[in-house]
Write a protein that binds this ligand. Sequence first.
Ligand SMILES: [Cu+2]
Length: 254
Amino acid sequence: MALLLATATACANDVPEADWSRGLLPDHITEQGGLVQSLWNGAWIAALATGAVVIVLIMWAAIFHRKRKAKAELPPQVRYNLPIEILYTLIPLVMVSVFFFFTARDSEALTRMSGNPDVRVKVEAFQWSWRFTTTVGGKTLAPVAGMPVSDYKQGPQLVLPVNKTVEFDLSSDDVIHSFWVPEFLFKRDVIPGIPEDNPGRKFEIKTLDKPGIYAGRCAELCGVDHSRMLFSVKLVSEQEFNQYIATQQAGSAQ
Ligand SMILES: [Cu+2]
């Protein structure tokens, strides 16, 4: 595993640093990413605790309930033992319910929309790049469109301010793509033909104060240049973002 980690991270320059303290997730740059990180941590703690209990029970049975060599008869049989059957039906049900509760609670929060974001971004996916159209303060900027590239820094760049809410509206011109910025700890399929009023096209984030340039990619095998469908998200201060808007010409379509 160590070898795999070392070699797998060596071949790409855009793989975020995965840290054991975050359970190998990249450092998130959205408020919603924090929810995913705690769900991930909690799920691992629950899974490891379950694993520990099961391993202890197996060891206990293996060590203290071995077949005695001298005796050939069967040990006491516990078939149709109602309390035990209820127990091993109820415990897994409770465990699954706990997982379900936290997953449902967090998925609901992750897909929640305020309806009045600071910035709106229309994301159009196509074979094999992206077109970003940003609307802020009533002004729609000219779209930023890219081409297939092998370095995400040469792909289309989406500039966003820190500490702001951003609504994404995803659409595809051709096949199914998937919009993924690893540091969002979130990705969503971009499916062609979904009506504009369908909430499944949209999601909202609140950016954290973590300026920088982050790699984004298509996470759904969508054709020959799928792996070159790279882009970047640049998080900048509000002041820098206002300068950026001022230098961009307004889009002609709106
Ligand atoms: Cu794609």
